[in-house]
Design a protein around this ligand. Structure first.
Ligand code: HEC
Ligand code: HEC
Length: 333
C-alpha cells in the first residue's frame, strides 16, 4: 500500500511502471463500464421519445435539440434556445453518462433521471408543453399506444411511463473505452508521454479533488471560485437554490469531464469557449495556481483522451400522428 502511494507521488517518470504494478482501482478515476441493456423494448421506446419533437408545444423541439447526440449530448451553445427562440438561463450539460451523476441539473434539484425528464417538457422556457398535453398527444398516436402497452402493460400512457422510458434510454448513453480508460485497464501505449504528463499535473495540482470517480466529476457539489471568486452576469445561485443555505451559494454540481472535448462551451454560464480557457480559470480560481501555456496544453491533451465511444444511435422512425392528435402550436401567443 505504502509503496504504491509513494510511487503514485513519484509522478510522471514512473507513471507507466507505477500503473503496471498497481490495480486501476487505485487511480482516482475509474473506467466506464459499457451499458447492460436489460429492457431493450423500453430503451427503444425511450429513444423515440428522446427524438420526438411532439413532446414540445411547438412540435419542433426534442430532447435531442439541446442534448444533440451527434455533438456529445449537448448543444454547443452558451445557453440553449427554447420555445419561441427564448434564451435559456444556463448552459445545457451533456446527457452522456448522466446516469453516473449524484443528482441531475447544475444545482442537483432532481434526484435522478426519471425525476429530471419531466422538467423540460413542462418548462415554459424549454419545450413549453404540459404533462397533460404531452400525454394526450402520445395517447392519440396508435403506434405509441401499442408500444407503451407492450412495455408497461397499461392501456393508458401516463407521465410516469414517459419519464421511465426516457430514463431507461438515457441510462444506455455511457461512453466506455476512451483512450484514458484503455490506459487505466493496462494498455500503456494508449496515451502519449504528453497526455500522461497532463494526467499527472491534473492529479498533482489537485483537480482530482473534485473531478474524480468514474465520470471524472458528477459526484459532488463544489464551490465555483473556491480560492478566487468567480465573476459572472449569470443569475444562477447553484445549490443554494435547493437547500436555501447561504453557504451553498455558487456550489454547483462538478461537471463530468468525460467527453469534455465535445461539450464546449464550458461552465454553467457557458462563458469559457475553449478548454484552454476553462483549464486556466480552474487553475487560478479553484487552486490558486497559474499554469504556464505548456502545462495548460498538457492538461488539455489529457482531457481530450477522455472522449469515449459515442452511443451508436440509429435514428428512430417515429409513429405518425392520428387525425385527433393535438396539433403543434409553434407560434401561439
Ligand atoms: C431547450 C433546451 C433543452 C431541452 C429541449 C431539453 N433540455 Fe435537458 N437540459 C437543458 C438545460 C439548459 C439543462 C440544465 C438546467 C439546469 O441545470 O438548471 C438541462 C439538463 C438536463 C439533464 C441533467 C444533466 C446534468 O448533468 O445535470 C438531463 C439528464 C436532461 N437535461 C435531459 C433532457 C431530456 C430527457 C429532455 C427531453 C425530455 C431534455 N433534457 C430537454 C436544456 C434542454
Ligand atoms: C474545488 C473543486 C474543483 C477543483 C479543484 C477543480 N474543479 Fe473543475 N469544476 C468544478 C466545478 C464546480 C465546475 C463547474 C463550475 C461552473 O460551471 O460554474 C468545474 C468545471 C470544470 C470544467 C468545465 C466543464 C464543463 O462541462 O463545463 C473543466 C474543463 C474543469 N472544471 C477542469 C478542471 C481542471 C483542469 C482542474 C484543475 C486545474 C479543475 N477543474 C479543478 C470544481 C472543481
Amino acid at each position: 500500500m505504502r509503496r504504491a502511494s509513494a510511487l503514485l507521488a513519484a509522478g510522471i517518470a514512473l507513471g507507466s511502471w507505477t500503473h503496471s504494478t498497481m490495480a486501476a482501482s487505485q487511480e482516482p478515476i475509474q473506467p466506464i463500464e459499457p451499458a447492460v441493456i436489460k429492457e431493450p423494448a423500453k430503451v427503444e421506446l425511450g429513444k423515440k421519445l428522446f427524438f420526438d419533437p411532439r413532446l414540445s408545444r411547438s412540435g419542433a423541439i426534442s430532447c435531442n435539440s439541446c442534448h444533440n447526440l451527434g455533438m456529445g449530448g449537448s448543444d454547443n451553445l452558451k445557453a440553449s434556445i427554447g420555445h419561441k427562440w427564448q434564451q435559456g438561463s444556463i448552459n445545457s450539460p451533456t446527457v452522456l453518462n448522466s446516469s453516473l451523476n449524484i443528482a441531475q441539473f447544475w444545482d442537483g434539484r432532481a434526484k435522478d433521471l426519471r425525476e429530471q425528464a419531466g422538467g423540460p417538457i413542462a418548462n415554459p422556457m424549454e419545450m413549453a408543453s404540459t404533462h397533460e398535453l404531452a400525454v394526450q398527444v402520445l395517447n392519440s398516436i396508435p403506434g405509441y399506444r401499442a408500444e407503451f402497452k407492450q412495455v408497461f402493460g397499461k392501456d393508458e400512457i401516463g407521465i410516469d411511463e414517459v419519464t421511465g422510458a426516457l430514463a431507461a434510454f438515457e441510462e444506455t448513453l455511457v461512453t466506455p473505452n476512451s483512450r484514458f480508460d484503455q490506459w487505466l485497464r493496462g494498455d500503456q501505449k494508449a496515451l502519449t508521454v504528453r497526455e500522461l504528463a497532463g494526467y499527472e499535473l491534473f492529479k498533482n495540482s489537485g483537480c482530482v479533488a473534485c473531478h474524480n470517480g468514474v465520470a471524472v466529476g458528477g459526484n459532488s457539489f463544489q464551490k465555483m471560485g473556491l480560492v478566487t471568486p468567480y465573476v459572472t452576469e449569470n443569475k444562477a445561485e447553484g445549490r443554494a437554490a435547493v437547500t436555501g443555505k447561504d453557504a451553498d451559494r455558487f456550489n454547483f454540481k462538478v461537471p463530468t469531464l468525460r467527453n469534455v472535448a465535445l461539450t464546449y462551451p464550458y461552465f454553467h454560464d457557458g462563458e469559457a469557449a475553449t478548454l484552454t480557457q476553462a483549464v486556466d480559470v480552474m487553475g487560478r480560481l479553484q487552486l490558486g495556481r497559474t499554469f504556464s501555456a505548456d502545462e495548460n496544453a498538457q492538461i488539455v491533451a489529457f482531457l481530450k483522451t477522455l472522449t469515449g465511444d459515442q452511443p451508436a444511435i440509429q435514428y428512430p422512425v417515429l409513429p405518425p400522428s392520428a387525425d385527433d392528435t393535438p396539433r403543434p402550436a409553434p407560434f401561439v401567443k
